[in-house]
Design a protein around this ligand. Structure first.
Ligand SMILES: [Zn+2]
Length: 711
């Protein structure tokens, strides 16, 4: 129902994506490839026919058509039934759905100025239409009527759940508020949406303006030739000829801090990052975020919640802010001890090098690298020849899925794609029947968003008679023509991760799109994906795919051991920066509606000080003033989700290990009880049914190397 930004357009996410009653659209010409359902296998998008100019008219027409459908549902003179209300909403908007799913996929992975313009024009319309549906009193009255009689309607379990989810979504969107409060809500939503855009624009500009400019090449000692050349080019692009420029990444820590040997340069780069949007004047975000926090608290109060975190968490697995706080509290003691150990190791290395200064955050990465080198003698480049992309995909990712679930794969070169780099495979179930299609778009392009993601071109639904068509997108470096793609272990992990989301989509067997496949809470959706990452290092799987691209020789056991060890290195820092960011997010969204507008510096300082962690040396991954996830990216009071799902997946993997590891029996159980269930059950009961108990944080601390047993 609501769009999930980390997965883009899952079916349920767009099935009601909004359309107002501006029924002026002309009929879509039959020549538009979206006018009719695709006749390709699995209704795969007609990338052989779609032109950039086809999207906007199809989206506009799709909104108009669905507006009429929704209007008919809301004004039906028959009493509300599940069929004429919930199922009818689920069936509505087919044109909008298929167009938007295709558009979202291509816009994220392969955009151009025409598609950018479509997004600019259609985005606000979709969002306003969504409000008009959820605040439609006649429509909500029908949903409410059904919900009150849920037990006596003769519904099956899945129908009951679909009804519950619809009801909750209407309530969360404000359908139950009085007319006066609805007006306040619309006003708050408008102000918030504007401020969130202001924040985003200030951050984009501030990040660009805070790049570090260096006039003396010697100051860049430690960077390799390629990085220095890139810095020279970056400066030239900004007309700073003869200088060097290090652009900022979105996180507090900057990759160059690992290599720069000059301490002053490190400090300057770190401070540019830390203060990127705290320089006063128009570009400063502090006043904006303090206002956002205040308005969100007011919005939560309209719904009767004590703060915004409680409002947001109501439909998540964690359910309450208290549950999140007590979860994080379980990580802190072991984490604090690890940070202390790491800081002591690093300080000893500094002293041993003959320097007399005290460790600061801008020194951490550089000296942690020195400690790792001395301890492990390990370098990422040693393993790359064993990770050839196609071998990793077919002999690793597919192999693990075959062993666990019995599924098989066949390359389909006859299915059209939006870019020649995209590969399509058909997926067959254990009995040979057709399961779905999967597209892989792994290589970096200038017109592709950063990061990696999964979503659907076609969502699974028995009601609509559709099987899943899913895709995985990455940003791996594309090799030169004819060269093999040798990727890092991080990239290998990403492939397993995104394929875990794909399995969640492919194994879906729901009737209703609203609860199908990956249409689950933010603090549950990363569970299948992070779980699937574990197979990358499984001995059987690794031996099957990690082979030298030239000789075919398996990765030497000594190197495998180093790879595994490196994975738990520097976790006091790596986990610590995420934990403190998660806490900071929760603190900002725990303010009550009566709290005054906060002084950002004072608020952040006190929030960090009370965490019981070394936040002076291990600052949060994102500072309040540049925390995009929580101020405009849909992760408000939700950044903890990455850690929460890590608890679920590590615990589940520990269960597998206890029960024989990589076996069909274990895989079938996981598929049956988790991967195929979508949101047909509440998350807690679903996990308990699988494991027989509530999730436990112990395995997560062990996998992170925080159980105190390592050197
Ligand atoms: Zn993910």
């Amino acid at each position: 129902m609501t769009r999930r930004p980390w997965l883009y357009a899952a079916t349920a996410a767009t099935c009601l994506a909004g359309w107002s009653a501006v029924a002026t659209a002309a009929t879509l010409p039959a020549s538009n490839p979206f006018a009719a359902e695709s006749t390709l296998p699995y209704h795969a998008p007609r990338f052989d026919l779609i032109k950039d100019t086809d999207y906007q008219p199809a989206l506009e027409q799709g909104m108009a058509e669905q507006a009429e459908e929704i209007d008919r549902i809301a004004n039906n003179s028959e009493p509300a039934t599940f069929e004429n209300t919930i199922a009818a909403m689920e069936r509505s908007g087919r044109l909008l759905d298929r167009t938007l799913e295709t558009f979202s996929g291509v816009y994220s992975a392969n955009t151009n100025p025409v598609l950018d313009k479509v997004q600019e024009v259609v985005g606000p319309k979709l969002s306003a239409h969504q409000d008009s549906i959820f605040l439609n009193p006649k429509l909500f009255a029908r949903v409410q009527y059904l919900h009150a009689r849920k037990a006596t309607l003769g519904l099956n379990a899945e129908q009951k759940q679909a009804l519950d989810v619809y009801y909750q979504n209407f309530v969360q969107a404000g359908a139950q508020l009085s007319d006066g409060d609805k007006a306040k809500l619309r006003d708050l939503n408008t102000r918030l949406s504007k401020l969130e855009t202001v924040f985003q624009q200030k951050l984009l500009a501030g990040t660009k303006a805070s790049a570090l400019i260096v006039s003396d090449k010697a100051k860049l000692a430690g960077l390799d030739d390629a990085a220095i050349t890139a810095a020279l080019t970056a400066a030239k692009e900004r007309k700073l000829d003869g200088k060097w420029l290090l652009p900022l990444q979105n996180t507090t820590q900057q990759p160059a801090l690992e290599s720069l040997t000059d301490r002053e340069t490190r400090q300057a780069l770190f401070e540019q990052s830390w203060t990127r949007v705290e320089k006063g004047g128009d570009g400063d975000t502090r006043d904006t975020i303090a206002t956002i926090a205040q308005l969100r608290a007011q919005k939560a109060a309209l719904f009767g919640y004590k703060n915004y975190a409680a409002y947001v968490l109501a439909d998540q697995m964690a359910k309450t802010p208290e549950a999140v706080h007590s979860f994080i509290a379980q990580i802190v003691p072991a984490l604090a001890a690890e940070q202390k150990r790491e800081a002591a190791d690093i300080q000893a290395t500094i002293t041993k090098s003959g320097a007399s200064f005290q460790l600061k955050p801008w020194d951490w990465s550089y000296y942690a690298g020195q400690v790792r080198k001395a301890r492990l003698n390990f370098d990422e480049n040693q393993v790359k020849p064993y990770f050839e992309l196609n071998t990793v995909l077919q002999d690793g990712v597919f192999f693990a899925a075959n062993r666990l679930y019995g599924i098989t794969f066949k390359r389909r070169t006859d299915i059209p794609t939006y870019n020649p780099d995209v590969m399509v495979f058909e997926v067959f179930d254990k009995d040979g029947s057709e399961l779905g299609l999967i597209y892989f778009d792994y290589f970096q392009r200038d017109n592709k968003n950063g990061g990696a993601w999964m979503s659907n071109f076609v969502g699974q639904s028995a009601l609509l008679g559709t099987k899943p068509v899913v895709y995985n997108v990455g940003n791996f470096t594309k090799p030169a023509q004819g060269e093999p793609a040798l990727i890092s272990f991080d990239d290998v992990t990403t492939m397993f991760h995104e394929f875990g989301h794909a399995l969640h989509g492919l194994f879906a067997k729901q009737t209703y799109p609203i609860i199908s496949g990956t249409s689950v809470a933010r603090d549950f959706v990363e569970f299948p994906s992070q779980f699937n990452e574990h197979w990358a290092l499984n001995a059987t799987v690794l031996a099957h795919y990690a082979r030298h691209y030239k000789t075919g020789a398996p990765m030497p056991a000594s190197l495998v051991a180093l790879l595994k060890k490196a994975a738990t290195f520097n976790q006091g820092y790596r986990l610590g920066e995420v934990v403190s960011a998660a806490e900071l997010d929760m603190d900002w969204h725990s303010l009550g509606a009566d709290a005054p507008k906060q002084d950002v510096d004072v608020f952040e300082k006190s929030a960090l000080a009370k965490m019981g962690l070394k936040t002076d040396l291990v600052p949060p991954r994102y500072r309040s003033s540049y925390f995009l996830h929580i101020w405009s990216n849909g992760y408000s009071a939700g950044y903890y989700a990455y850690l929460w799902t890590e608890m679920l997946d590590d615990d589940t993997f520990a269960w597998f290990e206890k029960n024989g590891g990589l076996t069909r029996k274990n895989g079938e159980r996981f598929r049956d009880m988790i991967l195929s269930r979508g949101h047909t059950q509440d998350y807690g009961p679903m996990f308990r049914a699988f494991y027989g108990k509530d999730p436990d944080i112990g395995p997560m601390l062990t996998f992170r190397g925080l159980n105190g047993s390592k050197n």
